[in-house]
Ligand binder design. Structure first.
Ligand code: PGA
Length: 250
């Protein structure tokens, strides 16, 4: 069975609640593509108005982060039950910015992934190498480790529903998109790693996105690769360009 593409915007720390509603209203008519799952991952405070604003459309609302405990004394954190109750279907886990600025590790990523599944929220699990790692020739080894730890104790049935976002750190927000060959090579290595951990059916089912300076012009070629099932889009998700990216096949 062909995998359905999934194209997600990562708004990062942009858009106040009222700006979020305005942006959704601008993008709504531009992102109609039934062949693609469309997700807007928005700041926590924008979630409730965003869920309201996308009612009756094909857009799903996702979160950009989540904590791995159910509830309690964790000042400032957002729990999976809160996201679920607010209508969130997806959550980005372990974005490289969270790993770099907020000390997230492969282990916290794993705990969050397990928690998201407990609450039927689909994790978009981020991985990706730095420029140094690419130059040292250790990209695939590094990413295999990220993936193996992220999926510890995750069942095959859960893994089949997961989304992985391969985002080379050097390509994020830099305008330096990875070449199609580089992106395909790593996405294939990730799929092979999942096949190794689980089985061929799981490797075939899991969806793997590319992220890092995806634009309206680079999207069609990237998304045509056999192991790239869509994209995680930062900067371009805040503009009308996102409509062109979602409708890359039109
Ligand atoms: P970018 O961000 O598209 O602005 O490079 C991608 C991401 O960080 O998810």
């Amino acid at each position: 069975m062909a995998r359905k593409k999934i194209i997600a915007g990562n708004w990062k720390m942009n858009m106040t609640p009222s700006q979020a509603v305005e942006l959704i209203n601008t993008l709504k008519p531009l992102v109609g593509n039934d062949e693609v799952d469309v997700v807007f991952c928005v700041p926590a405070i924008d979630i409730i108005p965003a869920v309201e604003a996308v009612k009756g459309t094909n857009i799903h609302i996702g979160a950009e982060n989540m904590y791995f405990e159910e509830k309690g004394a964790f000042t400032g954190e957002i729990s999976p039950a809160m996201l679920d109750d607010a209508g969130v279907k997806y959550v980005i886990i372990g974005h490289s910015e969270r790993r770099e600025y907020f000390a997230e590790t492969n282990e916290t990523v794993n705990r969050k992934v397990l928690k998201a599944f407990e609450h039927d929220i689909t994790p978009i699990i981020c991985c990706g190498e730095s420029l140094t790692q690419r130059e040292q020739g250790v990209t695939i080894d590094f990413i295999r480790q990220q993936i193996k730890v992220a999926f510890l104790n995750v069942t095959a049935d859960q893994a089949k529903k997961a989304v992985i976002a391969y985002e080379p750190i050097w390509a994020i927000g830099t305008g330096k998109v990875a070449t199609t060959e580089q992106a395909q090579e790593v996405c294939k290595a990730i799929r092979d790693c999942i096949t190794e951990i689980y089985d061929a059916a799981t490797g075939e089912a899991i969806r793997i996105q590319y992220g890092g300076s995806v634009s309206a012009s680079s999207a069609p070629e990237l998304f045509a690769q056999p192991d790239i099932d869509g994209g995680l889009v930062g900067g371009a998700s805040l503009k009308a360009d996102f409509g062109q990216i979602v409708c890359y096949n039109k």
